[in-house]
Design a protein around this ligand. Structure first.
Ligand SMILES: Nc1ncnc2c1ncn2[C@@H]1O[C@H](COP(=O)(O)OP(=O)(O)O)[C@@H](O)[C@H]1O
Ligand SMILES: [Mg+2]
Length: 313
C-alpha cells in the first residue's frame, strides 16, 4: 500500500478533495472577497461586535505611502501587512523604536525608508493572492498572553480553527519561533500543536512536517499544555464565521494579554497541516457533520456536537 493510500485510510483530507468538495462546494465564490481582504473581514466583525486588532493606517496607492510612514514616527510597535496576503508572507512585526528606525520581531533594523519600500512592495501585489495590486495597512501589535510565554518566542501565537457548517472540526495553536519572524505561520517555521477541542490542551506538535515535543527555542514542552481562554477563542471563531455565510473556513484567533480573544483573519481555503499537528484526519469528522441535521442547533449545541465528534474520531 502506498503512502497516499495509507493517509486516505486514516481519513486524511487531501488537496484535491478539499478544493472540490469543501472549498468550491461549500463556499460561494461571491463571498470570497469578505475573507480574501483582511480589511473587509475587520469591517464585518466590527459590525457584529467581534473584537479585531485596530487599524492605525493604510495606503491604497503609492502616493499614500509617505503619509503612512510619517504617521508611524514615534510609535514603538505595530504590524505592517498586506490586506490580501496569506501564510505570513509580507507581514512585518515591529517591536521597538530605535534611533535608526525600528527593530522587527526577527531582530532586524528597519529604517523609515525600508518601511516605505516594504509598503510599496505590498501595494504592487508582491504578497497578494494572484499578484494583484493590494492595500498595505498597519495594525496595532497584539501582545502575547502571559500563559503562552513559556511556549513561544519572538511573537504572538494564534489558534487556528477549522469550521464546517458552523461546527468546530479541529484546532491547532501555532507558536512563533525565532525563525518565523514573529509570525505564527507554519510555512515560516512556527510550531503547530494540535489542540483537543473540549479540553483546550495541546496533544501533538510539529515543525514543518517533523513531530516535536519541545519548542525549538525555549526547550519547553509544548504538548499537553493548557491554552489560555481557549473556549472563548473558539466562540469568537464561530461567531465571526457565522457572519460570512461560508461553509468551510479556517479562522485565526489571537488571545491578547489585555484584550482577550481577537479575530485575526478568516480563510476560505484553510491548509491541511492541521491534520499532521493533531495526528488525525479531517474527513471522518467532516462526513459526520455533512450527514447531520443541524438546522435548529444554536452556537452552544454546535460546539457540543463538534467536541463529541472529535472525541469519537
Ligand atoms: N496585529 C498583530 N500583532 C502581532 N502579531 C501579528 C499581528 N498580525 C499578525 N501577526 C502575526 O502574524 C501571523 C499571521 O497573521 P495573519 O493576519 O493571520 O496573516 P496571514 O494571512 O498571512 O496568515 C499571526 O498568526 C501572528 O503571529
Ligand atoms: Mg493566518
Amino acid at each position: 500500500m502506498g503512502f497516499g493510500d495509507r493517509l486516505r485510510r486514516r481519513g486524511v483530507l487531501g488537496m484535491n478533495r478539499r478544493n472540490i468538495e469543501f472549498t468550491q462546494f461549500e463556499n460561494p465564490r461571491r463571498l470570497y472577497p469578505l475573507v480574501d481582504d483582511k480589511l473587509k473581514t475587520k469591517m464585518l466583525c466590527e459590525k457584529a461586535v467581534i473584537p479585531v486588532a485596530p487599524v492605525l493606517g493604510k495606503a491604497e496607492y503609492h502616493a499614500g505611502v509617505k503619509r503612512l510612514v510619517a504617521d508611524l514616527q514615534g510609535r514603538g510597535d505595530f504590524v505592517l501587512k498586506p490586506a490580501s496576503g496569506a501564510m505570513g508572507n509580507g507581514i512585518l512585526v515591529i517591536c521597538e523604536a530605535v534611533e535608526e528606525g525600528w527593530i522587527t520581531a526577527g531582530g532586524r533594523i528597519i529604517t523609515p525608508g525600508d518601511l516605505a519600500y516594504h509598503a510599496e512592495s505590498i501595494i504592487s501585489g508582491l504578497y497578494a493572492l494572484g499578484g494583484k495590486p493590494d492595500v498595505a495597512f498597519v495594525e496595532e501589535r497584539l501582545l502575547i498572553h502571559r500563559d503562552f510565554e513559556p511556549i513561544a518566542s519572538s511573537g504572538v501565537p494564534d489558534v487556528r480553527f477549522v469550521i464546517y457548517r458552523g461546527v468546530p472540526v479541529m484546532a491547532m495553536t501555532r507558536l512563533p519561533t525565532n525563525r518565523s519572524g514573529g509570525r505564527a505561520n507554519l510555512h515560516q517555521g512556527a510550531v503547530g500543536a494540535g489542540v483537543d477541542l473540549r479540553a483546550g490542551r495541546t496533544n501533538f506538535a510539529i515543525v514543518h512536517t517533523t513531530p516535536v515535543e519541545e519548542h525549538p527555542d525555549t526547550g519547553v514542552r509544548v504538548v499537553d499544555y493548557p491554552l489560555p481562554s481557549f473556549q472563548d477563542a473558539l466562540r469568537t471563531s464561530l461567531r465571526a464565521t457565522d457572519e460570512t455565510g461560508l461553509g468551510y473556513v479556517g479562522a485565526d484567533v489571537v488571545v491578547d494579554q489585555e484584550r482577550g480573544p481577537i479575530l485575526l483573519e478568516l480563510n476560505a481555503r484553510p491548509g491541511l497541516a492541521i491534520q499532521l499537528a493533531n495526528r488525525k484526519g479531517l474527513l471522518p469528522r467532516l462526513e459526520k457533520i455533512r450527514n447531520a441535521n443541524l438546522e435548529d442547533f444554536d452556537l452552544d449545541e454546535r460546539i457540543e456536537f463538534g467536541c463529541r465528534i472529535a472525541e469519537a474520531s
